[in-house]
Design a protein around this ligand. Structure first.
Ligand SMILES: Nc1nc2c(ncn2[C@@H]2O[C@H](COP(=O)(O)OP(=O)(O)OP(=O)(O)O)[C@@H](O)[C@H]2O)c(=O)[nH]1
Ligand SMILES: [Mg+2]
Length: 234
């Protein structure tokens, strides 16, 4: 469950000048040096972090997701204005017992942070300041872009968090706010747009170079072992 990088799950995406979106599995990036950016997705359990990241990287709504243990990795390569950029997305566990040994790894060398709450769960929204604090405690610099996402907008009659309240909180931190649904197919392009907003902001930032990819991959393997060990109750 730890490393998800199956063929067919990662999509290459080309953005033309007018930003219209085109998914393609035929682009050959093998010989292209992609800049790699690490994005972590944080928030209470059950808010839809896994479904959102799966929607972005896999293109579909993931039915019956299990609670994330430690972290799941997904990635998607984008071509922005002719430049190849790889977003390496860390889908973190919301449940304390599944994240405690991993927290240091989540925040290390992160390039952007997405805080997710569920618009139908006031407690998940009220937790956002704690997640923001945790992020700051782990020395994530002020220049690292942060955004807030309210998920499950499709459940209109169950909404507990008014958009205006969420906007006030986002404004108080100076974060952009997006509301969306990982489930509603009509929101698919909006989910893409959220990650695209981050990608454009990161384009001018210092990248994690390819050289570091192998180091980072071995860390993932190590993390996987650590998760397995943590999950073992014996
Ligand atoms: N209606 C609706 N349900 C959603 C949406 N996104 C996720 N869900 C449901 O919410 C539940 C939790 O989704 P996950 O993506 O596993 O939540 P998570 O934040 O990854 O949870 P942890 O891994 O425990 O931290 C699942 O039953 C999903 O089907 C959405 O946009 N709309
Ligand atoms: Mg999850």
């Amino acid at each position: 469950m730890a490393i998800e990088n199956k063929p067919g799950v990662e999509f290459d995406t080309v953005f033309s000048r007018n930003d219209s979106l085109e998914l393609s599995s035929h682009h050959d990036y093998e010989n292209v040096q992609a800049r790699i950016f690490k994005i972590i997705v944080i928030g209470d359990s059950n808010v839809g972090k896994t479904c959102l990241t799966y929607r972005f990287c896999g293109g579909t709504f993931l039915k019956n997701p299990e609670a994330t243990i430690g972290v799941d990795f997904r990635e998607r390569t984008l071509e922005l204005d002719g430049e190849c950029i790889k977003l390496q997305i860390w889908d973190t566990a919301g449940q304390e017992r599944f994240r405690k040994s991993m927290v240091e790894h989540y925040y290390r060398s992160v390039h952007a942070v997405i805080f997710v709450y569920d618009v139908t769960s006031l407690p998940s929204f009220e937790s956002i300041p704690e997640w923001i604090e945790e992020c700051s405690r782990h020395s994530v610099g002020p220049l690292v872009p942060r955004i807030m996402v309210g998920n499950k907008c499709d459940l209109r009659d169950r909404r507990e968090v008014p958009a205006s309240t969420a906007q006030c909180l986002a404004d108080s931190y100076n974060f952009p706010l997006f509301e969306t649904s990982a489930k509603d197919p009509a929101e698919k392009e909006h989910v893409d747009a959220i990650f695209l907003t981050i990608a454009y902001r990161l384009k001018s930032h210092k990248p994690l170079r390819l050289k570091q990819l192998s180091e980072s991959s071995s860390r993932h393997l190590w993390n996987q072992r650590e998760q397995e060990a943590a999950a073992c109750q014996c």
